[in-house]
Structures are given as C-alpha cells and as structure tokens.
Ligand binder design. Structure first.
Ligand code: ARG
Length: 581
C-alpha cells in the first residue's frame, strides 16, 4: 500500500516542480505528522530562503499547484508557511480495503531484493547461553523474519564459538569424565556451566592437566582425527542444548544454520596471505598485523588487528575476516547484519575497516554491527543470580512461564480452559512477554529485565498485544463468524474508525524502515500503536451491535484487517498469538 507519507511527498514534489521549475523535483518536501491535519509539508520554509521570498507565499504557490485528486480532502496553509494536508476518508477506506484483500496486507516487497546474511545468537559450544545471547537471539530472529517478509533472500547464520584454545581443556576434561558420560546425558557434561567451570578449575590448578590441554589444542588445530571426533561430541551435546532453547523460544534457527568459527578454519591461512599480499597486513613484533587508519590507542599509537599471533595461531578477528571474505567470494551476499553485543563494537569496526581496505566490503557489499545493549537486573547492574553467578537461560525461561501462569490465572476469562490448553497458552504468554520486552526497547540501549513489568496484561507488553488479538478473535466467535469472511466494504464514519484505518496503512513503511535499519523495535512500537487505535475504536464503535448492516460489515472488516496486522506483526517479531486467552 502506498504509505500516505510517501504518496504525499511525491505529490508535493510534483507541485514544487510545477511551481518553481523541474530542478526542484527532488527537493525534500519535509513531510511530518501534523497536529492539525494528518500530515504537513514544511518545505516552504527552507525553500523561501533559497528563493528569497516569503515562506507563506511559497506555501500558497505549492498549494496552487498541488494535485489533490483522490487523496487529499483538505489543504491549508498555516503558521509561517506549513502546508497542512488532510487525507480523504474515501482514499483511506479504499487503501484499507486493498490491504484487507491482499495476502501481504498490501505491504510492498523490496524494490531491490538483496541477499542478506543475518548473523545472530552465536553462543559458545560447551557453555550455557546467557541472557546476552537471549537478546541477540530474539532480536536477530526478528530482523531475519522482517527482511524475509520484505522479499530479501535471508541467510540465517549462527556463528557459534566452536573453536579455539578452550577446546583443549574441554576435550581433556571430557576424556577424564569418560566419553560415555556425554552419551548417557550425564549432567556433568550436559550441565554446560558445570562442565566448563570444572574444566577451567582443573586447568588452573593442575599442571599436568594444563599440559595435556595445550597439547590437545595443537592436535585439534592440526586436524588430528581422534581429537576432532572428541570435539564433535562436545559440539553435538551443545547443539542439542541450543536447539532445545531455540525450540522453546520459537526461534527460526536450526542445525543447518550453524556455521561456527570452525567452519572457516581452512580459510584462515589464505585470508592472512591475501592480506599480506595486498600489503594490508605486516609483521610487527613477530605477529602479522593490520593497522586500519583512524584506530589509535591511548597514547595515539596505531591499534593493530592481529591476524596471526607470533606463535603462529590465528585470532577471533582472523575468523571474522575469513568469514567476510567467504561471504563475499563464495556466498555472494549483498549485506551482512551482525547481531552481537555492543561490547564488541570496536572489534567489528576494525574488522570492517580491514575488510574495506581489502576491497571485500565496498559500496556494493556492506556489513553492519546491529549492536545489542546489555541486559540489566532491576538493580541496574548486569543481570546476575542472587548468588552473583550468570543467570541460566533455561531457568529464566522456566520462571517466565511460571509467572505467566500466575498472572494468567488472575484475569477473568470468557471461558474455562482445560489443563493442556491453559499450559499451551501460558507458554506462549511467557515467551511472548520475554520476547516482546526485549524487542520493544531500541536494540542498542541497555534494558532492564523485569518480570513484573513484562508479564503484565496492561501497558506496552507482549501479553497485552496477544490479548488484543485474542479479543478480536473472540468477537468473531461470538458473532458465529470467521475473520476471512469479513470482506467489508470498509466505510469510515466515526473518527476512531478513520484513525484505526489510517494506522493500518502504516505497516509497510514501518517494516521497510525496520528492515533497512535492522531495528525491530520500530515494528514493536507500531504493533502497540495498532492495538491502541483498536482499543479506542472498540470502545466507541459497537461491532456486533452496530446500528445497521453496512456499518457492521465495515467494522467487522476493520476488525479482520486489524487482527491480521497484529498477528503478522507479532509473528515477524517472533511473538506467538494464542487463538484464545
Ligand atoms: N560467540 C561470541 C560470543 O558468545 C559471539 C560471536 C559473534 N559473532 C562474530 N562473528 N564474532 O560472545
């Protein structure tokens, strides 16, 4: 559907061109929301300066040349030279009708579909996911869903940390426990936190163990078959755990999406060589380093990206460089979105800078770090357990469901639920609460993990939005109708009907923006605004008891369009919408 803002921008530009000459056809018409109309064009003010004329005169001239046909019902010059624009009810109704009749709610597909890698979640093997990974997982999944809906070719990429020096100690520890412990699902292995910490403790306290571990790293890097087999045991245990978490969260990541650090192992040496051949990487104090311009340390000294350490080992950065090179040369991607915590910002800036020097990234292929802010506890500090440890994700999710159950049982339901139905709804509510809370805050801001706030059925929460959708469904049930049969026609009488329909028309523009900036919180806010407009509509406009049949048909159609917008929007955020609540 044409976003009203874009449509009016085009009309005002045409007026500028007609009034002041074709060179003004591309001038930004400065369309903004208006207090007195639907939108206003503010271009007359900057333009007047340029033309050496009075802003009001410029505004009048724009109005005189404006083609309002079919779209604008009223246009007024106000204040110093604002052009206030009111959309015609008939146009809004027709557009809402078009959305209703369209499978995609008339959301246009991207003009230029791209191949986009969205790298997200990326937990570490043999380590429990923490609440930071929860956020990269949820936000990344929403970004992937939104971009795919817009018609991009999305490659979901779970860049798990499955390589590097810790694997020496982890493998040795596994051998000490006995390999069959993993097969038995023994908690000393399957409890990843315990497993990792036990290995770490031995590594620090036991010289013989540390020695074995170091030799094991060398064997792993040399590709020793037996060592790789043991490594795979650890990877498999972890994958099972990751998949369990993804399954609970309803995250669209599977085994096929895993391309961990190990995947790029064979590409590290050629990547280093290419950087050296291109003169980008040089030997400095025995290590192979690149010094991207503009990155300096405290004393103003150039900061290195270490490509190969003096002992011959490669780094985290080398893997990321090899990954970018691979994605450009082999996967031919257009865009890479890295959904990773903000603390890694400098790392990515430097890796991207080196990739630009190498020509892997350029105007054609771009990479961006979609930064994720820290998750804080209600005390404003990094979220920890009461004992001060890292919060286990699975326990956090258990608690979310448990609390959702308690809140759910407190509210009045139209109908009783059997145990299984209740359990399924409560699961959706718990996950929806956690996910929406995470998504409704700008991804790069810190956010406070607060169960009480996120599980409420009031306010800007997942449960409120799920409930809004369920309430619309219940109207149809009560009327003995199904949303699919509500075909309108949509006619706008009451201001609340008009406001709701206008809100629905914003879906496409919001999705485009959320996709362009990799910012799902824009969609989260939009879905809330739709629910809000619906509430006002619902309070003012009886649906099943509408005064006449045409009004009833129109209102049911508005309900159906709202329901589909909510369900689609929430689905793109990865928030499930139970049929009944
Ligand atoms: N595994 C890392 C961690 O848990 C995140 C990986 C981020 N992605 C990357 N390409 N470096 O912190």
């Amino acid at each position: 559907m044409p976003d009203p803002q874009l449509l009016l921008a085009a009309r005002v530009q045409a007026a500028l061109s007609a009034a002041f000459g074709p060179s003004y056809a591309d001038t930004d018409p400065v369309i903004r929301p208006s207090q007195f109309a639907d939108l206003q064009a503010n271009v007359a003010l900057p333009l007047a300066k340029k033309l050496g004329r009075r802003p009001r005169d410029v505004a009048e001239e724009i109005v005189a040349n404006l083609d309002t046909a079919g779209v604008v019902s009223d246009v007024q010059v106000s204040g110093p030279g604002f052009v206030n624009l009111t959309l015609s009810d008939a146009w809004i109704a027709a557009e809402a009708q078009r959305a209703l009749e369209d499978e995609r709610l008339a959301v246009p597909a991207a003009d230029k579909p791209q191949k986009v890698v969205v790298e997200y979640s990326s937990p570490n093997v043999a380590k429990e996911m923490h609440v930071g990974h929860l956020r990269t997982t949820i936000v990344g999944d929403a970004i992937a869903r939104i971009l795919a809906f817009l018609g991009h070719d999305v490659v979901r990429d779970n860049h798990v940390g499955d390589w590097g020096t810790p694997f020496g100690m982890l493998i040795e520890h596994l051998l000490d426990l006995g390999e069959d412990a993993a097969a038995r699902g023994d908690s000393s292995v399957s409890d990843l936190t315990e497993f990792y910490q036990a290995a770490r403790q031995k590594f620090e306290g036991d010289a013989e163990f540390a020695d074995r571990s170091r030799r094991r790293v060398v064997a792993l890097q040399a590709g020793d078959a037996e060592t790789l087999r043991l490594w795979q045991v650890l990877v498999d245990v972890s994958k099972e755990y990751f998949n369990a978490v993804y399954g609970r969260l309803g995250v669209t990541l599977g085994d096929d999406d895993i391309k961990g650090e190990s995947y790029y192992n064979d590409l590290l040496a050629p990547t280093a060589r290419e950087l050296e051949d291109k003169g980008i990487a040089v030997i400095s104090e025995g290590a192979l380093c690149a010094f991207p311009p503009g990155f300096t340390g405290r004393e103003g000294e150039p900061l290195p990206v270490i490509i190969r350490k003096s002992d011959g080992g490669y780094n985290y950065s080398t893997t990321d460089l090899a990954t970018i090179r691979y994605r450009v040369d082999t996967e031919h991607v257009d865009r890479m979105v890295y959904v990773v915590g903000a603390p890694q910002s400098l790392h990515f800036q430097m890796v991207f800078a080196v990739s630009r020097m190498a020509g892997w990234l350029n105007g054609e292929v771009e990479a961006e770090h979609a930064q994720i802010g820290n998750v804080l506890g209600t005390d404003g500090k990094i979220l920890r357990t009461r004992a001060g440890g890292t919060v286990k994700l699975s326990e956090l999710l258990d608690e979310a469901v448990e609390r959702a159950g308690a809140v759910f049982d407190e509210i009045q339901h139209d109908e009783p639920f059997d145990d299984a139905t209740r359990a399924a709804i409560v699961r959706d509510v718990g996950m929806g609460a956690v996910k929406y809370a995470d998504l409704s805050v700008a991804r790069d801001s810190e956010y406070i993990f607060d169960f009480d706030r996120m599980i409420s059925f009031n306010g800007k929460t997942g449960p409120y939005l799920q409930y809004a959708a369920a309430r619309i469904r219940s109207i149809f049930r009560k009327g003995g109708l199904v949303p699919e049969d509500a075909t309108g026609p949509i006619v706008l009488g009451h201001p609340a009907e008009r406001a709701l329909a206008l809100e629905l028309l914003g879906f496409g523009a919001v999705l485009k923006q959320a996709g362009d900036t990799a910012e799902p919180h824009r969609l989260a806010s939009y879905v809330y605004a739709v629910a809000d407009a619906y509430t006002t509509f619902y309070e003012n406009c009886p649906v099943l008891k509408a005064p006449d049949e045409p009004t009833k048909a129109s209102r049911l159609a508005l309900c159906a369009a709202t329901l589909r917008t909510l369900v689609t929007g929430l689905d793109l955020l990865g928030v499930p919408t139970p049929e009944r609540m």
